[in-house]
Design a protein around this ligand. Structure first.
Ligand code: MN
Length: 254
């Protein structure tokens, strides 16, 4: 297979390197990744300054790697439209340090890298490990490689991508693999107001992760229960329920 790897933690992230090591022996593998961390940039693309890409030589033998000054979505666009010179069979984004569950998907640069692939009509997978310290990448990297083969073999419907979250457990303690729905777990936004040396207020935005364990069958339930969570994601955000309700509202131009 021809594989494009990207991430949002930056080209030096060990999660990206673990992915490259899992794919490189079996597939034509190219990395296009941000030069530094762009976590929580969502689906931002760069329109108001030049994008640049340069070769980065720190990957396993046979892997061509490009660092860019862009976001994950920029990296996929740059890769597919110019740098690769071929169309990838699959785009894999990750492996992210930290989970991408529930409401995280809206903010996630990792998931947006895969979404951009899906928008371009390329089967795409986002992969995250649900931990921020002492993160184990081996299981997630091997699973991503096997899942990518299936994704290419079976194909994905239009506008769909796959979001994978792996519990940070040794393989023998994993419960298995669960196909899940996106849950509603979210970060509890915290805004800290401080005062700068000139007496003016400034703010730090921080988020306390909400508890894992939404209702059964969701992504965060699966991770809490020790399953690798595999969630099919759809790009179309229309609320079918509100679509019906809105039709009954008395909406007029004036
Ligand atoms: Mn990240």
């Amino acid at each position: 297979m021809r594989v494009l790897l990207t991430n949002d933690d930056g080209i030096h992230s060990p999660g990206l390197h673990a992915l490259a090591e899992a794919f490189a022996p079996h597939h034509e593998t190219v990395v296009v990744a941000p030069e530094h961390e762009r976590s929580a940039t969502g689906h931002a693309v760069t329109l108001h300054k030049p994008l640049r890409a340069w070769r980065s030589g720190v990957f396993p033998e046979g892997v061509t790697a490009w660092a860019t000054n862009g976001t994950p979505a920029d990296c996929v666009i740059l890769g597919v439209l110019d740098l690769l010179g071929w169309r990838p069979d699959v785009v894999v984004s990750g492996i992210n340090v930290g989970p991408n569950l529930g409401r995280d998907l809206t903010y996630s640069g990792t998931v947006s890298g895969a979404m951009e692939g899906a928008i371009m009509g390329i089967p795409s997978v986002a992969v995250s490990v649900a931990a921020f310290v002492e993160v184990r990448f081996e299981v997630a990297a091997e699973f991503a490689e096997r899942l990518s083969r299936l994704v290419v073999e079976r194909a994905l419907p239009a506008d769909a991508l796959i979001n994978v979250n792996v519990p940070n457990l040794p393989p023998e303690r994993l419960s298995g693999v669960a196909v899940t729905r996106q849950g509603s777990r979210r970060y509890l936004s915290q805004l800290e107001r401080r005062t700068d040396p000139r007496g003016r207020p400034y703010y730090w935005l921080a988020g306390e992760p909400g508890p894992l364990g939404d209702e059964e069958g969701t992504d965060s339930w699966a991770v809490k229960a020790g399953y690798i969570s595999v969630t099919p994601i759809h790009l179309n955000m229309t609320s079918e329920r509100l679509l019906g309700d809105l039709a009954a509202w008395d909406l007029t131009v004036s």
